[in-house]
Design a protein around this ligand. Structure first.
Ligand SMILES: [Zn+2]
Ligand SMILES: [Zn+2]
Length: 538
């Protein structure tokens, strides 16, 4: 076999030699992006479309809110987004997105996918409006509600949503600094999008740079249709995160004047169909639905940036409040941390949201209690809005006390050495050697106690699941204080009008332990007397 093969190959080479000596314009593996982009543009009438309006129904996935420690295939499905619409103006970088959603279950500014930065209050009204104009973005909870600015991280991501459309991508490829590059591959049947494919299909992939920092790529098929537009977005919990929109061939419809636009807009945050193959944190479907009502060249109305949005400061506010001798509530935001002073060290309950929040809290602790190490960070549970600062506490040398069920997820996906290129945090910039050496955790099964002989803090595992698997609460017997997350929220001291399943779990847990609680200190909201809490339990 071998000699024949060689001979055949040599003959072929010598025959082809004169024509293959043309100077290579592109590096091996790369091809010219210009004709690919031109053909894709012609296939969907890109040059004839400057704005688009789409409407229909959609769903959203609750990214980072799994019930079972990441060992689930998908993000939990949130309420349907009814009367959904989105209007995009690519030339002027403007977008308005609206939908109806049941109030009471989502942070008001939480569109879908990521976006816990603002940590805004719970949604109050049914109608939700999200607006983007260049680098500014804001949210309105109700038709005539005051605009609330969202952080630049969210504004950037919303802008990506605008460009991660077929026409948007082709327009973005012409922007200064886009620097398109192209390659090709045989794609073997993406099962979810166009059904199981028997034969591999030759695809081209064009990659561009957007907003000076996002590398975005589009997979373009033999019909010159964009099938997948993919990028990475920063996330405080899992770092650079897969973020992609997908469109099936059959979804592209003719909307007149040779313009074709997809009626389905399917979005993944995280790896599609991951099954814990790439990460423990397995979820993907974060947005999708059918938006068949499409109007070409209908631009958004007034999207001028409100002065209040322009002037919003995202400085972290840390308010320190004494709860007892050496026990302090560090509030001022949507999530509290609780600081407990022991003789030789400090323990902190909860590292929520993102690094900026935790660095502000840590700076305040150091100012308040100098020269005492923060030795332990107690983590209540694995929901992403409660763990965005785990790496920050790792950075300052604290050991994380968490339930054992969170161990795999944290070890593989969160407290790791993976490079974070989009929003490098302290661990990414200055990776500590302890991360490799391996003393990051005290892993709790049922109970764990911190004490210096005088002060005692008891951590216990909350069972059965009231909110999430792997939940701990912390109890200070001397002060009769119970610190908990998400089992009772008391924003502005307002308790739920009737007990939720999570509230009952908290109540039952305290009964089972037989502990004497006078004050509940929630991670969300104000300290609450036990006697007020039991009023809602009946
Ligand atoms: Zn939670
Ligand atoms: Zn929470």
């Amino acid at each position: 076999m071998a000699p024949n093969y060689f001979q055949a190959r040599l003959t072929l080479l010598s025959l082809l030699l004169p024509t293959t000596l043309v100077a290579q314009e592109f590096e091996p593996g790369y091809i010219d992006p210009a004709p690919i982009l031109a053909a894709a543009s012609a296939a969907i009438g890109e040059d004839r479309l400057s704005c688009i309006s789409i409407a229909g129904t959609a769903y959203s996935g609750m990214v980072g809110q799994q019930r079972l420690n990441g060992y689930e295939v998908d993000w939990p499905r949130g309420e349907p987004l009814r009367n959904y619409s989105r209007v995009i103006d690519w030339d002027n970088v403007r977008m308005i997105e609206t939908f109806d959603r049941d109030p009471g279950n989502n942070p008001a500014s939480w569109k879908y996918g990521l976006g816990w930065y603002g940590g805004t209050p719970l949604q109050q009204q049914e109608r939700q409006i999200f607006s983007l104009n260049g680098e500014f973005a804001w949210h309105q909870d109700g038709q005539n509600a005051d605009p609330i600015a969202v952080s630049s991280v969210d504004a950037e991501r919303w802008q990506l949503d605008m460009w991660l459309t077929p026409h948007g991508f082709l327009k973005a490829a012409r922007l200064p600094g886009a620097n398109p590059r192209a390659s090709w591959r045989w794609e073997l049947g993406e099962m979810g999008r166009d059904g199981a494919t028997v034969n591999p299909e030759k695809m081209t992939i064009v990659s561009i740079t957007l907003m000076n920092r996002f590398r975005v790529d589009a997979t373009i098929n033999s019909q010159n249709l964009l099938q997948r537009i993919h990028t990475w977005v920063p996330d405080p919990v899992i770092g650079d995160t897969n973020y992609e929109h997908e469109f099936a061939n059959a979804d592209y419809i003719d909307i007149g004047d040779g313009i074709r636009f997809p009626t389905n807009w399917h979005h993944h945050t995280g790896w599609d169909d991951n099954y814990q193959a790439q990460s423990i944190n397995a979820g993907h479907n974060a947005f999708g639905g059918r938006q068949a009502d499409i109007v070409a060249n209908q631009c958004p109305g007034d999207v001028s940036v409100p002065m209040s949005v322009r002037n919003t400061s995202f400085a972290e506010i840390v308010e320190v409040e004494t709860l007892g001798d050496g026990i302090y509530l560090y509030g001022g935001g949507s999530h509290n941390s609780v600081v407990v002073e022991f003789e030789d060290y400090i323990a902190v309950v909860e590292a929520p949201l993102h690094e900026k929040r935790n660095l502000a809290v840590i700076d305040a602790i150091v100012e308040h209690i100098p020269n005492k190490p923060i030795r332990f960070l107690i983590n209540t549970h694995q929901h992403h809005d409660h763990i965005g600062g785990l790496r920050t506490y790792m950075h300052i040398g604290a050991t994380i006390i968490t339930h054992w069920k969170n161990y795999d997820f944290y070890t593989k996906d969160v407290l790791n050495y993976s490079q974070r290129t989009l929003d490098p945090d302290m661990v990414s910039l200055w990776p500590p050697t302890e991360l490799a050496e391996g003393y990051q955790y005290e892993v709790v099964r049922e109970n764990y106690v911190l004490t210096d002989g005088e002060r005692i803090m008891q951590m216990s595992y909350v069972h059965p699941l009231g909110h999430v698997e792997g939940m701990l609460v912390a109890y200070l017997p001397e002060q009769k204080i119970l610190i908990e997350a998400d089992l009772l929220d008391a924003p502005n001291s307002i308790l739920p009008s009737e007990a939720t399943a999570a509230n009952r779990t908290l109540y039952n847990h305290v009964q089972r332990l037989g502990i004497d609680v006078e004050t509940i200190v929630p991670i969300h909201g104000r300290p609450t007397p036990w006697k007020d809490f039991i009023q809602i339990i009946n």
